[in-house]
Design a binder for this molecule. Structure first.
Ligand code: NSP
Length: 215
């Protein structure tokens, strides 16, 4: 029998936390939300701020990546954020009459998530950057791929789910997972910090999504 990989062990070690995350109200409510749902409208404003932060994080990961194939892969992921995701927000904000959050107005659960991404990028530890990305992508991949096709009637919601269930998104989540396995396999001393980064990122993700439901 093959040994579980580093990420499989990390996910299993924090199974209770992941189960809590998978059962989060955001994932349950998302398919029935629409552009008039206050939590979804708040979420879009917070999420736009997160995507801007993610662009910087992935750009730093491109710079830190030690090989050309990794730089190329991450540059494609960066392109997805800059093009497809920002285009999504341009259209959704225009249609729903939303605007980016004014500086200093984001709730603490959201700003803490953004700050941790910024710290990971600025710290220059490539594995840590990947671990932060992996936790978020794995969460969204699991959430969105569990939503039955056609369950979301609202076009903004359906388009957002589609961005997190397409092949490119799935492949990116799996690529991050495999690369973390490689890094932890090559440098076992790095593994505890990577596992802790995955878990602490997930905790911040939960606080981020809680914030959308706090009026
Ligand atoms: C808050 C959050 N975390 C993660 C992801 C996945 N890219 C996201 N879209 N939003």
């Amino acid at each position: 029998m093959t040994e579980p990989s580093f990420t499989d062990r990390a996910l299993a070690a924090d199974a209770a936390l992941w189960d809590t995350a998978f059962a989060h109200r955001f994932a349950r409510d998302l398919p029935v939300m629409d552009g008039a749902t206050p939590a979804f409208r708040r979420y879009l404003v917070y999420e736009y701020a997160l995507v801007l932060e993610a662009i910087d994080l992935v750009a730093r990961a491109v710079a830190a990546a030690p090989t050309i194939p990794e730089k190329r892969w991450l540059a494609d992921a960066l392109g997805g954020l800059v093009h497809a995701q920002l285009a999504y927000f341009d259209a959704a904000f225009a249609r729903l009459g939303l605007a980016p959050a004014r500086p200093g107005t984001l709730p603490v659960g959201v700003s803490a998530c953004l700050a941790a991404m910024r710290r990971a990028g600025a710290g220059g530890d490539y594995g840590e950057m990947l671990a932060v990305m992996f936790a978020g992508e794995w969460l969204y991949w699991t959430w969105c791929s569990a939503i039955p096709a056609g369950a979301a009637a609202d076009p903004e919601v359906a388009a957002w789910i589609a961005l997190h269930t397409d092949e490119a998104f799935r492949d990116h989540a799996l690529w991050l997972k495999a690369l973390l396995d490689d890094i932890a396999g090559t440098d076992p001393d790095a593994a505890p910090h990577l596992a802790e980064t995955i878990a602490s990122t997930l905790r911040r993700e939960l606080a981020f999504h809680d914030a959308a439901f706090a009026a």
